[in-house]
Ligand binder design. Structure first.
Ligand code: 5RP
Length: 260
């Protein structure tokens, strides 16, 4: 692995403990003005002090984020379908590698849909992007999105994660499922979990804790943070689980803490 690739990976995954709190706010690329992100900058700015890496789209980065921030960016580079269209997540490349470099991305994110009718298109799209990104030392985070008909279990997540890693992804993002250690054990690159739909805060914290205990190196969480009743305290609580090995109970106390 070359110096640039290692350096970018160490911006995304903190070398002090090998973990990361990624804040995912890329939902607009297929969901439009997602609840909580209507004024994306107003939501994101107070969360940045507790964010190791910000994952978002090209447009959101340019339109809402101050270029002086000191938080590395993982840029969403796949897309092309919407939540109201007929083929959700049948994605292709939507940002060139040149623009990712121009935007000083530390990494890029590409979704694949293993097991779906169009898995080949999404997988070949990702592998082409990996070839281009590797030319410039940019890591690719594979988002193993889950199709409607796919079973969300350790068998499927292991299969999708391992395929992504074998095809060259540098980090894999997947969903937490029971027996998650099987997913992590069979995936040779670091694994982070998405948060999924908004759950009660206690449950989301328990899920983050269970994922870390099972070997995930962090979270790439969105709605369970920015749709929380207290997004700042929620990201602080998630950060405590990821970086301070807080238990779900301790983390929930962080979430409940009153402003001093
Ligand atoms: C969509 C994504 C989102 O970033 C991902 O779903 C994370 O957000 P959330 O925690 O809200 O699920 O990659 O494909």
């Amino acid at each position: 692995m070359d110096w640039g690739m290692k350096n970018r990976l160490s911006r995304i995954i903190k070398p002090k403990d090998g973990r990361t709190v990624m804040l995912a706010v890329d939902h607009g690329y297929f969901m439009g003005p997602t609840s909580g992100l209507e004024q994306l900058n107003c939501m994101v700015n107070p969360l940045l002090p507790y964010t190791d890496t910000l994952m978002l789209t090209r447009g959101a980065l340019r339109d809402y984020i101050n270029p002086t921030i000191d938080v590395p960016i993982v840029l969403r580079v796949s897309g092309g379908t919407s939540i109201i269209g007929p083929r959700l997540l049948h994605e292709g490349t939507v940002v060139s590698i040149e623009d990712a470099i121009r935007l000083n991305a530390s990494g890029v994110a590409y979704s694949i849909l293993v097991g779906a009718e169009f898995e080949r298109d999404t997988i070949l799209g990702m592998t082409q992007y990996i070839d281009e990104a590797e030319r410039y030392g940019i890591p690719v985070l594979a988002v193993t999105a889950v199709g409607k008909d796919m079973k969300r279990d350790a068998r499927y997540m292991s299969l999708a994660s391992r395929i992504a890693a074998e095809l060259g992804a540098h980090i894999v993002k997947t969903y937490y499922v029971p027996e998650f250690e099987k997913v992590v054990e069979s995936c040779p690159v670091p694994v982070v979990i998405a948060g999924g739909k908004k759950q009660p805060e206690e449950e989301a914290l328990q899920m983050a804790y269970d994922a870390i205990q099972a070997g995930a190196i962090g979270v790439d969480m969105g709605r369970n943070i920015f749709q929380s009743t207290n997004p700042v305290n929620m990201i602080k609580a998630v950060n405590a689980i990821v970086h301070k090995n807080a238990t779900p109970k301790e983390a929930y106390q962080v979430f409940k803490a009153k402003k001093k």
